[in-house]
Design a protein around this ligand. Structure first.
Ligand code: PLP
Length: 395
């Protein structure tokens, strides 16, 4: 049996050795506080600055526009609450979508309790927002549009440049949650008209608990965390120097190898999607067929319970995820799958296989060998499937 086929890279990724190697000295040798003026401090400060430069280059941003945080969740919270508080005298209306990550949705819900108004845009069957609906939702009270770059469950990539253009034309700030996109697709914040973007190191083979917020120069934003003068007085707290160094290295590696990464991911992803669609009847591909993350596979397998499927896959050494109840720690099916119009049953039967740099062709073959018999076995327990078995075709 082949073991440890990891297909949950959208959840998190293993750290690459080169990244860990670059971080290690900052735990034990170069451990100075970047705010200290002695040599130890200066060494750490230099390392943080190098990481900042590296991140800035990958985004076509200035180094003074990159602010380190404790992860993607903090960056999302900061962008949304920070802009809301800074601009509340100008307006109190925010626009987002119904399929955002909870870091965005719950920050917006929190602001609603503080007297802000939030419009949650619908998405179509592929998970794309409607640009006309976006335009119509903007009022003189709108201060922020926050729409994710790419969805973490179904992989759909929004039309970011068009959204950036609409925001600019109407004089509204545009924040995007780029956590899933960063490291997987090229991002130029100038070209795309992005004012704020959240990113996170652990999705691109870097350490967990480190992220960053890109803030376009001149953007009005209040701090979320108050204290010392770190990050130009905008994000207090002694810097996580090893983590930041790791993030810098991860960004460098990701963008040096981006073209090859994308081509490999797309090849493996399409092999997986085609293999599943060809061998298993009653399967639906979730997300946009082409406007999707290079490594994202998300399918709904009818007459199957997502959790049983995950457990069966785990028993043969395949680590995947699903948008169904238990895996997300809630009783409701995924809000993303429900909002693209899936029934409860289809949402419960979803399977996300997210690919990364350590996956191989053989691993895809292994999944394609193991998955169909598991599905057949689980479906044999479904009375509904037994009834329907006559005319079989994919939906
Ligand atoms: N936003 C998206 C789209 C994500 O996928 C994630 C992580 O899964 C986050 C935000 C949160 O990032 P972090 O885990 O760094 O807090």
């Amino acid at each position: 049996m082949k073991e440890n086929v990891y297909l949950d890279y959208s959840g998190t990724s293993p750290m690459k050795k080169e990244i860990l190697d670059e971080m290690l000295p900052y735990f034990t040798l170069d451990y100075g506080n970047p705010s200290s003026i002695h040599a130890f401090g200066r060494t750490s400060k230099k390392a943080v600055d190098t990481a900042r430069d590296r991140l800035a280059k990958t985004l076509n941003a200035g180094a003074n526009e990159i602010f380190f945080t404790g992860g993607g969740t903090e960056a999302d919270n900061w962008a949304i609450k920070g802009v809301a508080y800074a601009l509340q005298n100008k307006g109190k209306h925010i626009i987002t979508s119904k399929i955002e990550h909870h870091a965005v949705l719950h920050a917006c819900e929190y602001l609603e309790k503080q007297g802000f108004q939030v419009t949650y845009l619908d998405v179509d069957q592929y998970g794309l927002i409607n640009l006309e609906q976006l335009k119509q939702s903007i009022t003189s009270d709108t201060i922020l549009i926050t729409i994710m770059y790419a969805n973490n469950e179904i992989g759909t990539v929004q039309s970011i440049k068009e959204i950036g253009q609409i925001a600019k034309e109407r004089g509204v700030l545009f924040h995007t949650d780029g956590v899933q996109a960063y490291g997987n697709i090229p991002i130029d914040v100038q070209d795309l008209g992005i004012d704020l973007m959240s990113i996170s190191a652990h999705k691109l083979y870097g350490p967990k608990g480190v992220g960053a917020l890109y803030i376009r120069k001149g953007t009005k934003i209040d701090p979320l965390i108050h204290g010392g003068a770190q990050e130009k007085k905008r994000r207090a707290g002694t810097e996580n120097v090893p983590g930041i160094v790791g993030f810098g290295k991860a960004a460098l590696l990701a963008y040096e190898g981006l073209e090859e990464h994308q081509l490999t991911m797309i090849r493996l992803r399409d092999k997986m999607i085609n293999g599943i669609m060809e061998t298993i009847p009653y399967v639906r591909l979730n997300g946009h067929p082409s406007q999707r993350l290079p490594g994202n596979v998300n399918v709904s397998i009818e007459f199957i319970e997502g959790e049983s499927l995950l457990l069966s896959l785990d028993l043969v050494g395949i680590a995947a995820s699903s948008g169904s109840a238990c895996t997300s720690g809630s009783l409701d099916p995924s809000h993303v799958l429900m909002n693209i119009g899936l029934t409860h049953e289809l949402a419960h039967g979803s399977l996300r296989l997210s690919l990364g740099d350590f996956n191989t062709e053989e691993e895809i073959d292994y999944v394609l060998e193991k998955l169909p018999p598991i599905v057949t076995r689980l479906r044999a327990m479904s009375p509904l499937y037994e009834k329907i078995k006559g005319g079989i075709e994919n939906v």
